[in-house]
Design a protein around this ligand. Structure first.
Ligand code: SAM
Length: 410
């Protein structure tokens, strides 16, 4: 059992029935916003496999779900807020799913409880920022981390009370716990880049699918691509770089734009997409330079050649948030003209509203740290239904797309 899930307490609950009854007591106290009792119960109970603050009943309800669901008729900043705060400070998992496929934040959103919803978004931001930083630490090849550093990070992220030493780091906010929210941070699908790049793609009139029927790109996204091009192509004769060609929707809008660029570079890694592009003559279009390969291999060459661009767009597939962060912290700095503008496909966490809102804040913080200002433009997304036929996973469940427009900070 991970230390993350161990509780200090006097009682050890061995029988399932007794555990169920005690979990029920915790859920009842949370639902009644009886904070003194809740605090006492959380300290007392030592469950075998689960942190007391994350117990669930047969419906999958956690204390956070219970505390939020019963806040519907309360005045703003009523007792529900205090209970939610107590649970979060006790280390409750922010995005646990119940049997209705709802996180506690989804309930706050559905019931129209903006204060509680914001609490849950902020809890998600703290957890995700911490997770991302710890992933960065794990990637360090040699252990140069000064002792106690992880603990400082936990405190910084507002997760006081959770001990963190080197052994515990992966469990502090573990990926499994984050994944319990059923949320995919990676836009469109949570798949591995190497598997994707070696899979056979299927292109139809309205979608591009990988070998597992994951939607790589879909025609309903055309309006997002058009608006992204409009936001970037501000005058004619610009130098444009696009990473990830997919169905060439973005690149076609670039070529057909009233402000047609003088220079248009495209980086694309999948051989099937490249074959398709060549069959359509993209490799011979005047002003277009096609770079076959992964951006991780191509961009260092462009930087070494001192190439710069007025506009850059990033929309890849099967890449993680840390890949994206590497892109803007390592490469945009060298490739973007000082007064240039860049954007990206903002689909992180788009399978549920709360995850989308959490990731907007996470990325905004990271962009700020990397020296970029970002403006968001809302685009209404039409009702999507038949579009998902034949697609493994419906990756878009939010009503408004937030189009990011990034520039160097003044
Ligand atoms: C979502 S599609 C892009 C859709 C495109 N914006 C459009 O308008 O059709 C993502 C593309 O990124 C490509 N890709 C994935 N990983 C890449 C990488 N590391 N470097 C370059 N291209 C990559 C995929 O093969 C795919 O063609």
């Amino acid at each position: 059992m991970s230390k993350r899930r161990k509780l200090n307490g006097e009682m050890s609950v061995s029988s399932g029935l007794a555990a169920e009854a005690r979990a029920g007591e915790i859920l009842k106290a949370a639902g009644e916003h009886d904070n003194p009792k809740l605090e006492r119960l959380l300290k007392e109970y030592n469950f075998k496999d689960v942190h007391a603050v994350d117990v669930q009943n047969a419906e999958g309800t956690t204390p956070l779900h219970a505390a939020i669901a019963s806040s519907a008729n309360e005045p703003v900043s009523g007792d529900g807020c205090a209970t939610v705060r107590l649970l979060l400070e006790s280390g409750a998992i922010w995005n646990q799913l119940d049997k209705n496929d709802e996180t506690p934040g989804c309930i706050a959103f559905r019931l129209g409880l903006p204060d509680l919803y914001e609490f849950m978004v902020d809890a998600g931001v703290r957890a995700e920022v911490l997770l991302n930083r710890l992933e960065g630490y794990e990637r360090l090849e040699d252990d140069e981390e000064p002792e106690g550093e992880s603990t400082d990070l936990a405190a910084e992220a507002g997760l006081d009370g959770i001990s963190a030493n080197e052994d515990e780091v992966p469990q502090l906010v573990d990926t499994a716990a984050t994944a319990t929210g059923g949320t995919t941070v990676q836009p469109r699908a949570d798949v591995n880049s190497a598997d994707y790049l070696s899979s056979d793609l299927v292109l139809t009139r309205d979608k591009l699918l990988d070998g597992e029927q994951n939607g790589v790109m879909m025609a309903w996204e055309a309006d997002i691509m058009k608006r992204s091009v409009d936001c970037l192509l501000l005058k004619s004769g610009m130098k444009v770089l696009n990473i990830g060609a997919g169905m060439m929707i973005f690149d076609t809008f670039v070529q057909d734009h009233a402000n047609k660029p003088e220079v248009h570079h495209i980086v694309e890694a999948h051989s099937d997409v490249l074959t398709n592009m060549e069959s359509q003559g993209w490799d011979k279009k005047p002003g277009v330079t096609l770079h076959p390969g992964r951006w991780q291999d191509i961009l260092p060459q462009l930087v070494a050649e001192n190439k710069t661009f007025d506009a850059i767009y990033y929309d890849t597939f099967a890449e993680s948030y840390s890949d994206f962060r590497e892109f803007f912290t390592e490469y945009v700095l060298g490739l973007l003209e000082p007064d240039g503008k860049w954007s990206f496909f903002n689909g992180m966490g788009a399978d549920r509203q709360i995850s989308y809102d959490v990731y907007q804040k996470v990325v905004e913080m990271d962009l700020f740290e990397a020296g970029f200002d970002v403006e968001w433009h809302d685009i209404d997304i039409p009702e999507l239904d038949a579009e998902w036929e034949g697609v493994k996973r419906k990756y878009w469940n939010v009503q408004k797309y937030r189009l990011p427009a990034c520039r160097f900070m003044d």
